[in-house]
Design a protein around this ligand. Sequence first.
Ligand code: C2E
Ligand code: MG
Ligand code: MG
Length: 655
Amino acid sequence: MYTVNFESAAFILTLVCLIYSLTVKRRQYRVSGSFFSKLQNQHFVFLLLLLSNLFSAASSVGGVWLTEVTFPNVGFWRYLLHALYFFFHTTLSICFTLYIMNVNGTSIGRGRLFYSLFVLPYILAELLVLTNSYTGLAFYMDDAMVYHRGPMIAVLYGVGALYIVLGFYFFFRYNQAVSRADSIAIGTVIVMASLGIVIQAVRPDLLVELFAESLAFLMLMILLEERSGHIDLVTGTLNRVAFADANRRLMQTNQHYSVILVRITNMDMYSKLFSGREMEKLLMQLASWLTELGGGQNVFSCGQEEFAVLVMDSGPAAAALAQKILDRFEQDWKSGDITLRLEAAVAVVRVPNEAAHLDQLEDLLASSYHTSKTGSHLVSYDELSAFQRSRNMELALRSAIENGKLRVWYQPIWSAEQQHTIAAEALLRIDDEEFRGVSPEVYIPIAEKSGLIREIGMFVFAEVCRFLRDHAKDADALEYIELNLSVYQFMYDNLAESFEEIRSGFDVSASRLNIEITESASEQATAGMAEAMEELRTLGYTFSLDDFGTGYSNLSRLVKGGYLNIKIDRSLLWDADRNPDARRLLNSLIQIIRKLGYNVVQEGVETPAQLERVSEAGCNLIQGYYFSRPLPEADFLRYLRAERERPEKSTENNN
Ligand code: C2E
Ligand code: MG
Ligand code: MG
């Protein structure tokens, strides 16, 4: 005697799950694309699981009920319900495996051969069920219309077991591809379903298997199908968390695919012009256009103005899709009353060739890739990785600062008149493996863009003050130390105040601090910068104009005055080595600057011939490898002491 209580409960439970999914979570189950591509969608397969379970339970309950009643033709109905039960129960087992494969990504990117082999046992089993009325191989009804197992019933159970085992295999084999929480959820589901099967094997009369499976599906619905944390609230597409999840799965299962990154570069401008609601509508429209294009499930909103499309192709199809996206941005977007032209920077990243780990992919996303090019454009992978390098450098810079890796080195400035070192330039160095051989010319601009320059500038300033205080005796030979100041530092309104606070702490005179400003920076000078410079001058600081003679040299700078030194860029000196016109220009420039009453510092003097040339022209201060490279503090102190002991030799000192 069978008790159908559990089966009835299974039916009701599954029905509730189905109703909930199709109403409350409707959006998630609206999957576009071909049936084959839908089978690669976790949510779609979940619906199939529920349906198979529902029909299995219904046919089982109906079947048991029919054993207790009699009416004409009841034999046919009994037979039919048995057949339906086997049909849906076999479907249930293949869907179970497919579901696990979708959760951990093993389903994606496999070829037709794999799927042909994958469905083969299923098709055989279902053929056995469908042809059973002729063959009676699976089961048959005797004359009294009582059910009996046929000689090949083991095949049906075997196929079911095969898919369950396959599901186990894919679950354990690619367990790392799913998050810990998801992994625990699936593990529990597997245990629950298996328990049902075992109990039913021991007590067939209880018919408990489907009920255990329904409970398992309820759990899947609550834990794995509840993807609200994976949905972008504005656009309704999957969000960045889902993006990370999807890529983790695909990478763990060694898939080859492409990620098309789409960044809207002029969103900022429109956000200022239109309301938040209008912009949201526009983003929704954009997202649904991309979703249609990307075939349904593979579009992710990765930020305010960024989208990513996963394409299971790493060849021309991905490039063609990227081009299609770009082409769309050549047209207007209309939403309500507004019509506007969005601009996009589109990049294609091929996995694993161009990004083998999730970190790399996320770095690329975070690199704020877009060039200064206007209009929509394709960002090449080389450009993309340059952005990434710059971002990595920013992170490395941040950690170098946090870990106390910043150093200040000193390069002597030699006076041609006094024939000894009278000043030095403080230059930033980073004592870290990652920065070995990397010039400040590379990381200072990154520090400027990221705002780290402020902290760095303050560090260098404090270090120089400390140096002057701690080594008063050796530093006595130095009239001042020059520090490089970035124009960005002037943007912080309390620059003079911060300097003063540090300086007074070290009890160093402001006149011993000379601030170098590059010519290009002084070109960009803002009113705030002029004010801060004036304030610092009043406090006793002096200024030098750095890198004079590069870019758009502006002689009017010299007339405006206010500098102690003008530093001529080394490129001009080196041009003079090769070119007589440059030689004449350098000569005259030095003379003019001297006549205007400034000191001239020639940077980059390396050879005796260069020293002679600039000295003859009247250059009174020299800086360069001819005298010394920039030195760490201790070496620089030794250098000063050595020079003090034999000052007459300093011009012969060529290192
Ligand atoms: P800069 O201010 O023009 O500094 C002079 C650069 O020329 C230094 O490069 C120095 O090592 C190099 N140099 C000096 N003499 C010679 C020579 O004879 N031959 C050659 N080949 N090079 C010579 P460094 O230290 O790599 O610094 C590069 C630039 O980075 C600096 O150019 C400056 O603009 C910036 N910088 C360095 N430290 C700081 C800092 O603390 N703050 C800011 N804002 N910028 C800094
Ligand atoms: Mg400088
Ligand atoms: Mg310079």
